[in-house]
Design a protein around this ligand. Sequence first.
Ligand SMILES: NC(=O)c1ccc[n+]([C@@H]2O[C@H](COP(=O)([O-])OP(=O)(O)OC[C@H]3O[C@@H](n4cnc5c(N)ncnc54)[C@H](OP(=O)(O)O)[C@@H]3O)[C@@H](O)[C@H]2O)c1
Length: 402
Amino acid sequence: MALQAAALVPSAFSVPKENLQGKSSASFRDSSLFGVSFSEQLKADFTNSSAVRCKREYNLRNGAVRAQVTASAPSVTRAAPDGKKTLRKGSVIITGASSGLGLATAKALAETGKWHVIMACRDFLKAERAAKSAGISKENYTIMHLDLASLDSVRQFVDNFKRSERSLDVLVCNAAVYLPTAKEPTFTAEGFELSVGTNHLGHFLLARLLLDELKKSDYPSKRLIIVGSITGNTNTLAGNVPPKANLGDLRGLAVGLNGLNSSAMIDGGDFDGAKAYKDSKVCNMLTMQEFHRRFHEDTGIVFASLYPGCIATTGLFREHIPLFRLLFPPFQKYITKGYVSEEESGKRLAQVVSDPSLTKSGVYWSWNKDSASFENQLSQEASDAEKARKVWEISEKLVGLA
Ligand SMILES: NC(=O)c1ccc[n+]([C@@H]2O[C@H](COP(=O)([O-])OP(=O)(O)OC[C@H]3O[C@@H](n4cnc5c(N)ncnc54)[C@H](OP(=O)(O)O)[C@@H]3O)[C@@H](O)[C@H]2O)c1
């Protein structure tokens, strides 16, 4: 039945009978079925495991809206009227909080009254409208301008944040672009292919520059979360939808993904927008683990990644053909049963931000059909420590840190 539904969507969809890790497998073009998240039953077959006052000045400069925030950081505890000490509000930056998973997470955290969310967004007015329509109370969020497709913007964001003197307790690298129908590569301000440039390199620089802020935080559980995806994991059925993620020997990344005198793809191959997205997600998951190896023991910061489920209705699919956008949500809801609402996905990411039971570092979290979290296993490539080290070192050079 799933296959019949799949046949309704354009592009090739075929199911070879040969084995994948000893089980049956499906293979189909990603441009027709991005991130197919099959039912938990099927998934199990393919994975092994189970007071701040803000003074804001908004300036329109060079066409971009910038927000400058001045604030004083509260201490970690404050006295309640009964004399008992209570935990102060946590301070969390969420990139790409203007829609989808980021917005739902901002809402879930803000609603608890325990978090102040810094919505790091490229479109200030869109973010403001989104926060209002989601019903997030004004005192629970601040919007700051961040365009991850510009390293200058990332640096400016970090400077503005530091000037705010707000503490940073959790950083969530969530924003992403997905360009499955692009025939030609497009590029960031510094000339990196847009998907890897935004999803990986922009976040890599942001996370590196904000690490000291996290280290300074006196909050009991400091976390750095980088959103991953099942589509970058070739140990899953969804991860086997061509084009598969594959960073190869990193030859394209090593020369800057500029598409001029070199390939725009990490592995040096021909441009493929869907693959570039999946490769960027592998980089996100490798980066999280490399952060863990380098900094967890000394800093106590918890580094984590996650697959929130298939949130088929988000803006991530905006570049896809209209028929895909029409059929993808019901396909995920009724056929694969991998569908997750934006609200539910936001609750999941909010758990990774704040749940006291999710404090293990270096983990890639997933959820089963009962919405219970479990530590999932990454694909061989997405858990390759040597590749993670190389991606880290090359990325440092590309973003100007080495
Ligand atoms: N949807 C799914 O099924 C699914 C599954 C697995 C993982 N994920 C992951 O979940 C995360 C969120 O995706 P989503 O589904 O919520 O998609 P979405 O609704 O399109 O959200 C993406 C966010 O990223 C922002 N963004 C894009 N380019 C940016 C840039 N250059 N600078 C700053 N922000 C930028 C967007 O801003 P604008 O509003 O200005 O466009 C938007 O707020 C991504 O990391 C994605 O890989 C999603």
